[in-house]
Design a protein around this ligand. Structure first.
Ligand SMILES: [Zn+2]
Length: 482
């Protein structure tokens, strides 16, 4: 009995213990479920920004995330958010006003530039879970990810001032990587004031196109800078004999009913001096021997007809050349007139390709993405597009383009520090001979790397006197600042 009596309370204790265990398990499961749900909620909250992009989920992400910064390669913030008490009170600031507008774009009245392309990135945080959790518990918003560009802030500032009162663009590229180091476009706008100035900016009366990024979207006749393309095709089709090319210029060349004039009588020239003096007659003479189908293919290989850069709004450069092109159009195209239309970015990528030993790189403007603590989340690498030139062709083009600067049309591009290679262009854009755009495209080795530059001045007159000195100034600046 005793033992059974003793057993009873034992049994009841056992049953109580079972109860406690059951309740404990239930509580545990509940707690775990709550935690799991909480974790799920947190993770999902961070990830849904990706999943629901199309529904403009990011537009309301501001309730949890402060829009991230856009910075230059030297870590200057060119777009950042001054947080308000609520997301609606946030102010997006562009501290350098017009200076970086072609790069950042704006994020009011819609979005453009990197503000548009990297909207999701800027409105998503890659901070650690614990940091986001801590911020949430403190009822604070987390900082969005940062976009780190390839732009060199001092060089951008220098180029912007250099362009002065001209309308047009300056584009500077690192030939070995395709990194865009500076991208200036004028006239431009202040991204801080887009909302206030909207009706004026988009007014039909405003023909200056302030919102246009002239480097990537502006299409212009390339003028004589296109002689580089004709020279490449001529070298390709005449590998053994191109250095024997000879033409005697008497000031004009006539084929059928069409005559092309030179600025002066150049006498007998080879390819090098034809480039140096920018002899239209010599290039027409060379050009009319070319296979029009292959010439058209080369133009495509160089990037015409393609989108060169996805991160910024851009136009495709245009050429009509194909195997069926008639004599008149071919004759005009080979020295840079005709229907060819080119963006300054396309122009500088051709020059950069020569400076890079004949290999075309893909231009890019975002180096990497990172979280607000600077931990890299995505690193963009240089991309080789295509080898265009052989070593011998590069060598001959180097000679042609240094001759242009040393004894040819463009001594204004010379630098006291290094050999500059370049080509000027003066492009008619209307029937009036007075209405010309000025181009100069150049490359040079600076102290520890090389640089390719295209200057484009709308209604800028002639390339050599007006655009070439700007290229020289940029090269000198790069030397002197180090
Ligand atoms: Zn000539």
């Amino acid at each position: 009995m005793k033992s059974s009596e003793e057993k009873k309370p034992n049994n009841s204790r056992l049953s109580e213990n079972k109860h406690i265990i059951t309740v404990g398990v239930i509580l545990g499961v509940l707690l775990f479920s709550m935690l799991a749900y909480f974790v799920y909620f947190m993770v999902a909250e961070r990830q849904e920004t990706v999943a629901r992009a199309e529904n403009n989920r990011y537009d309301s992400a501001g309730t949890r995330v402060i829009r991230g910064d856009i910075v230059t390669s030297d870590r200057v913030a060119i777009a950042y958010t001054e947080p308000g008490s609520t997301a609606d009170a946030d102010v997006r600031l562009y501290p350098y006003r017009e200076l970086f507008a072609p790069v950042t774009g704006y994020t009011s009245m819609g979005r453009t530039g990197l503000e548009k392309t990297y909207h999701k990135t800027l409105m998503t945080t890659s901070l650690s879970f614990s940091e986001v959790l801590r911020n949430d518990l403190l009822n604070q918003r987390s900082e969005g990810d940062r976009v780190v560009t390839t732009i060199d802030s001092d060089l951008q500032y220098y180029c912007y001032n250099l362009l002065g009162e001209y309308n047009g663009s300056v584009t500077v590229v690192d030939p070995s990587t395709g990194k865009i180091l500076a991208m200036v476009s004028k006239p431009t706008y202040d991204p801080n004031l887009v909302k206030e100035q909207w009706s004026e900016l988009v007014s039909e009366d405003n023909t200056s196109g302030n919102l246009l990024n002239r480097s990537t979207q502006g299409l212009y006749s390339p003028g004589s800078t296109f002689k580089i393309v004709t020279a490449i095709e001529y070298m390709r089709e005449n590998p053994a004999t191109c250095r024997d090319f000879s033409y005697t210029c008497n000031g004009s060349i006539t084929i059928g009913n069409n005559t092309v004039h030179c600025e002066e009588i150049h006498g007998t020239v080879d390819m090098e001096s034809a480039m140096a003096y920018s002899c239209n007659g010599a290039f027409v003479s060379m050009g009319m021997t070319l296979d029009r189908g292959k010439y058209g293919e080369l133009i495509k290989e160089l990037g015409f007809g393609s989108t060169l850069i996805e991160d910024l709004a851009s136009s495709k450069s245009r050429s009509t050349i194909n195997k069926g092109t008639d004599d008149f159009e071919m004759m005009q195209t080979v020295f840079g007139q005709g229907q060819t239309m080119e963006t300054p970015l396309q122009n500088v990528m051709i020059t950069a390709m020569i400076a890079n030993g004949g290999v075309m790189m893909k231009p890019y403007i975002v180096d990497h993405l990172e979280d607000a603590n600077g931990i890299v989340t995505v690193q963009y690498e240089p991309q080789e597009m295509k080898r265009i030139l052989t070593e011998e062709q590069v060598e001959y083009l180097n000679a042609m383009l240094s001759a242009t600067v040393d004894y040819g049309t463009s001594p204004q591009a010379q630098s006291m520090y290094c050999q500059v290679h370049g080509k000027s262009g003066t492009a008619q854009y209307s029937s009036s001979l007075e209405s010309t755009h000025a181009w100069f495209t150049a490359y040079a080795d600076t102290e520890d790397s090389s640089v390719a530059i295209t200057i484009m001045l709308e209604q800028g007159g002639h390339g050599s006197p007006n655009a070439a000195p700007l290229a020289s100034s940029i090269i000198n600046y790069l030397y002197e600042r180090d």
